[in-house]
Design a protein around this ligand. Structure first.
Ligand SMILES: [Zn+2]
Length: 338
């Protein structure tokens, strides 16, 4: 088969790769129905995260089980399944506590921009849909695998409750689906921070009540002004830069919570400023596995349509263009079809 390999900044190749095969009895092989480019893939693509050697890419996936190892009981050949980007056994104490992204056997999926994928711990990782999905549901099912699961975790970690005032920092796909998640969790006011017209429109569609275009200290000042000088109950940090993290912390009211899911790059926190902000910080890689059954049901029942974040669909062999379009912010998120 062919798969996606990043050689150097902006050098994405779709090239011959070994066919994945069952290596352990707990593995499954799935035929990918749809995969995509993640905002976090742009960190190495842009050279902000440096590569020592070429790396295979892709960690968002859904598809049909092609083959299972002898020990796999939970899924079978022919089922449509969704998994998370974290490889987790779903049996260790951290998994049982709902933190599969802190699994004692944690690894990360990194070969999903390909037609086939080996999934370790298939019983723990994969959740099947009630039936084979219609084609037009694929984008929304794929979104669960990471962007929706991550946006959902951001809202959950930020303790969004019915009636909450929520700020979402970041207008990428995760931030937009953070808006959707906050809406579903009952937030009353959702302020999306975005300067991009198309993303503002989608944020509104997903439930944003206000849009703020200011950033940094001006952004914080604007949030304070809009919340009677107090700040928001819950802030979702979906970028991972020094500026966005500071903006999130200082937009939160004392006693409020920040759910941070942007992979931090160059973020350093000032202990004293954090101390006097009187806030809760909870984040990290999302334990998407915990949310899979609930999110699959919401999509399957037609309650949500998170697949709207995919505004570019390409055949998988044009994956390099998919990265370019996102890098240049021509696309919010690229869906790839093998
Ligand atoms: Zn585990």
């Amino acid at each position: 088969m062919k798969g996606t390999v990043l050689y150097a900044p902006r050098d994405v190749r779709f090239e011959d790769r070994p066919d994945p095969r069952i290596e352990k009895p707990t593995d499954a092989i799935i035929r990918i129905s749809a995969t995509c480019v993640c905002g976090s893939d742009l960190w190495p693509y842009r050279g902000i995260q440096t590569l020592k050697q070429p790396v295979t890419m892709g960690h968002e996936y859904c598809g049909v089980v092609e083959e299972v190892g002898a020990a796999v009981k939970g899924v079978k050949r022919g089922q449509f399944v969704i998994g998370s980007f974290c490889v987790a056994d779903n049996t260790c104490p951290n998994c049982r506590a709902g933190y599969q992204s802190g699994c004692l056997n944690l690894e990360f999926v990194n070969k999903a921009q390909a037609p086939f994928l080996r999934v370790p711990f298939a019983d723990g990782m994969l959740v099947s849909t009630p039936d084979l999905p219609p084609d037009d549901m694929l984008p929304s099912l794929l979104a669960i695998s990471d962007v929706l699961g991550t946006g959902w975790f951001a809202a959950d970690a930020a303790n969004v409750r019915p009636g909450s005032t929520v700020v979402v920092v970041g207008d990428g796909a995760v931030g937009l689906l953070g808006v959707l998640s906050a809406k579903l969790m009952g937030a009353e006011r959702i302020i999306a921070m975005s300067r991009h017209e198309k993303r503002q429109k989608l944020a509104r569609e997903f439930g944003a009540t206000d849009i703020v275009t200011e950033r940094g200290e001006e952004g914080v000042a604007r949030i304070k002004e809009m919340t009677g000088g107090v700040g928001a109950d819950s802030v979702l940090e979906c970028v991972g830069s020094q500026e966005s993290m500071a903006q999130a912390i200082h937009s939160t009211r004392p006693g409020g919570s920040i759910g941070y899911v942007g992979v931090p790059h160059g973020v350093a926190l000032d202990g004293q400023r954090l101390f006097f902000a009187v806030v809760r910080l909870h984040g990290g890689p999302a334990p998407v596995r915990r949310y899979l059954p609930e999110l699959i049901k919401l999509v399957w029942d037609g309650k949500i349509n998170p697949g709207k974040v995919f505004d570019l669909v390409l055949p998988l062999d044009q994956v390099a263009e998919g990265y370019r379009a996102m890098d240049e912010r021509r696309a919010i998120k690229t869906l790839l079809r093998p």
